[in-house]
Design a protein around this ligand. Structure first.
Ligand SMILES: CC(C)(COP(=O)(O)OP(=O)(O)OC[C@H]1O[C@@H](n2cnc3c(N)ncnc32)[C@H](O)[C@@H]1OP(=O)(O)O)[C@@H](O)C(=O)NCCC(=O)NCCS
Length: 265
């Protein structure tokens, strides 16, 4: 199911839903009626193996407590998995920096220890020249990962770089993930989240997820419980209407974002 081609629609489902949400090549005109929405700087595309190095750095930044890290490069190619990236064009100032510094997390860039400073210098003056990392064609702000198991879609991860939070990008990724779950004919979407992660829980609640259980001491770093959250049946008209309305509000606030199944203007 997974592909390196940007904007691949898993399992080929198109225009599956007559009620509210359409999954196919839909334009902003169709969503916004006659009001053409301003474009969002960010868009969503499928992740490719070439993105893995940057995605792993985003993962280190979004989940500093996660040891060991997940194996994104392996997971991207899973048959029943889908990773979506929120991307924008590189800014000219960033392009000049195409180096290991771009891959580093904020904490790694600012680490004041002598060993960290030495490592940054070796990277900058030596490794970047002899073996420059291959960077993706666009700037990646964050990603969401989904697994499709039987008739359920499971959100395994969603995370952004610190500088890109609170700008509607996490919500954009979440919308796109739900659209793909619909396109895959999943019946429900589920996830686990740390009990203390109020920000993420707010986002999930907004999209109709409800707490249905706990996994006691699920996280090994601090023994925190995981809250299990699931949607109501996503193929129901109520859910699609809710998603459609939130998607429209998001586009009005942040601009229309190109994403798998949804073309540009
Ligand atoms: C969770 C996360 C992806 C949200 O992304 P984001 O781009 O910052 O969020 P958005 O700006 O799109 O906000 C969308 C919604 O999330 C919730 N939200 C986001 N930031 C919030 C905050 N600081 N406080 C409360 N709610 C918040 C709100 O419901 C918000 O909707 P609203 O704008 O109508 O209030 C991001 O904070 C992140 O990467 N966190 C670290 C990793 C993580 O905890 N991932 C989740 C566990 S798997």
């Amino acid at each position: 199911m997974h592909s390196d081609i940007a904007n691949y629609i898993p399992r080929g489902a198109k225009n599956i839903s007559p009620h509210g949400i359409q999954v196919g090549l839909v334009t902003s005109d169709q969503i916004g009626g006659s009001n053409v929405l301003k474009p969002n700087e960010f868009s969503v595309r499928s992740a490719s193996v070439h993105d893995a190095m940057i995605m792993e750095s985003i993962e280190r930044e979004a989940f500093p407590e996660l040891i060991p890290l997940s194996r994104i490069s392996r997971d991207i190619t899973r048959d029943n998995g889908l990773y979506l990236n929120a991307v924008r064009k590189w800014r000219p100032s960033e392009k000049k920096l195409k180096s290991r510094l771009m891959i580093a997390t904020q904490a790694e860039k600012e680490d004041p220890r002598l060993s960290a400073k030495l490592k940054r210098s070796i990277n900058r003056y030596f490794l970047d020249y002899i073996n420059p990392p291959r960077l993706p064609p666009d700037y990646i702000a964050g990603f969401v990962g989904l697994w499709f198991v039987l008739d359920e879609a499971h959100v395994i991860v969603i995370g952004l770089r610190g500088v890109d939070r609170r700008k509607g990008v996490g919500e954009l990724l979440f919308i796109s993930a739900l659209e793909q779950a619909l396109a895959n004919n999943s019946k429900v979407v589920s996830l686990e989240v740390r009990r203390s992660n109020d920000v993420a829980i707010e986002l999930y609640r907004k999209y109709g997820f409800q707490k249905v259980g706990l996994r006691i001491r699920y996280y090994s770093d601090n023994g925190e419980d995981a809250v299990i959250m699931t949607t109501p049946p996503i193929q129901s008209d109520d859910f699609k209407d809710h998603l459609f309305s939130l998607t429209q509000q998001h586009a009005e606030k942040w601009g229309w974002a190109v994403r798998p199944g949804y073309s540009g203007h």
